[in-house]
Design a protein around this ligand. Structure first.
Ligand code: ASP
Ligand code: MG
Length: 421
């Protein structure tokens, strides 16, 4: 069996939805589990619904929600004839429940409501796609993955409860895959023991695909994207960006760690542990080879460029001149853990430590305040962190150019420089 993941861009028009059916039917190997994201920018739209509701603007929330519903209903009107009635029944069952909630008053934390609302994007898209498959005469099964993927209640960034999820995968999902050789389900969402909806963090559908590939022992996962392959740079910033035909799990994790928006960073671990290859392919041009990711290190990789804007450099100088590397660094890490913060770069000297973070004003302030007890803290915002993996002297020359850098860090395979644009 194998797992296909289709992201939001792959189902954002009628043609593209039909294209998903074409790609799936062209694949001879069965069964296939299809993990789908919300259509287009639906998740962003639902975030606005959750926000309005939480602020007590129920009418706005209902209006915005209605717009999301209408987009799906319109698509269904064009795509479905025989299946239209069945689609409406399944769709209404899910949306009515949400509407009841949107009439209420918010009494729970925002993150809780975020998940109850935002999960609908994947439910709607997967229901629509299932009925499109059936309309075309294909026997596709549908499952609400919240009945299988169990998580803790850390809303918006829920952690998987592996044991329960593994058991439910065997008892619920596996039989369904045997019955229908195509099963469609949702990425990104799950539920707690109490059946409250949860989400796995933005772009989390890749992770869902990897979770079920590992639990079902899939032969392969394919992530269908609107790019030809994983590229060595963001093509919007670097027009010379080129496809990388082969990558190792390690390389992809490193790229994601340094900020490349390739694949959701949590995706690689289950695949690495179960030794399942991941293929990234273009849904626009499925004949292209894409990128194959597995345990093998490719013979050579061109320089990989990763540019992160909106970075903040924080400097922590010990107040009493004690060495950073002794007690202070441990205390510093404890604060980061408490605040769920992860530095993008760290450099330490004798009595001072420098760290670069994403600009997240609230958290930077909290970190500065908490660290004030041990350190004198300074903050420099508005910086850019440029990373080159597999650098060459030419690549450094070209991209560092004559920029005055604030900080440079270099290891045998990675160089990073921090500058003000
Ligand atoms: N729909 C979710 C998002 O936009 C999850 C995903 O696309 O993977 O973040
Ligand atoms: Mg997406």
């Amino acid at each position: 069996m194998q797992v296909f993941k289709f992201g939001g861009a792959s189902i954002n028009s009628l043609e593209r939805i039909k294209n998903v059916v074409d790609i799936t039917t062209a694949e001879p190997e069965r069964p296939i589990l299809l993990v789908v994201s919300a259509m287009g920018k639906t998740t962003n739209a639902l975030e606005k619904v959750a926000g309005a509701f939480y602020e007590g603007r129920n009418e706005d929330a209902l209006l915005l929600f209605d717009q999301v519903k209408q987009q799906h209903l319109n698509s269904a009107k064009y795509l479905l004839v025989k299946e239209h009635h069945a689609f409406i029944a399944a769709f209404s069952a899910i949306s009515t429940e949400a509407e009841w909630m949107l009439h209420d008053k918010a009494v729970q934390p925002y993150d809780y409501y975020y998940d109850q609302v935002v999960c609908l994007g994947e439910l709607f898209s997967s229901i629509l796609l299932t009925h499109v498959f059936r309309e075309m005469g294909l026997n596709a099964g549908w499952i609400d993955i919240r009945d299988v993927l169990k998580t803790d209640d850390n809303f918006r960034d829920a952690a998987i409860l592996w044991e329960q999820t593994a058991l439910l995968t065997q008892s619920v999902l596996k039989p369904l895959l045997h019955q229908n050789n195509i099963v469609i389900t949702q990425g990104f969402i799950g539920s707690t023991d109490e059946n409250e909806s949860t989400t796995l963090g933005r772009e989390g559908s890749d992770y869902t695909a990897a979770i079920f590939a590992s639990l079902l022992g899939a032969e392969k996962v394919t992530i269908w994207k609107d790019v030809d392959a994983v590229l060595n740079a963001d093509p919007r910033l670097f027009p010379e960006a080129a496809p990388l035909p082969f990558l190792s799990y390690d390389e992809v994790v490193e790229m994601a760690y340094y900020g490349a928006q390739v694949i959701h960073p949590k995706t690689m671990k289950p695949l690495y542990n179960a030794k399942i290859p991941l293929q990234v392919k273009s849904f626009i041009n499925p004949a292209l080879p894409g990128t194959l990711i597995n345990a093998k290190k490719p013979a050579s990789i061109p320089p990989v460029l990763i540019k992160k804007d909106r970075q903040v450099l924080m400097t922590f100088h010990t107040k009493d001149f004690s060495f950073v590397g002794e007690k202070p660094i441990g205390q510093w890490y404890a604060i980061l853990e408490q605040l769920h913060m992860r530095p993008n770069l760290i450099q330490n000297g004798a009595v001072q430590l420098m760290a670069v973070f994403d600009e997240h004003s609230e958290k930077i302030g909290q970190l500065a305040a908490a660290a004030e007890i041990i350190f004198d803290v300074t903050v420099q915002p508005n910086l850019t962190l440029f990373t080159i993996r597999h650098y060459t002297p030419e690549a450094i020359d070209m991209h560092k150019a004559n920029r005055p850098t604030i900080l440079v860090q270099q290891t045998p395979d990675t160089v990073q420089f921090l500058y003000r644009e």
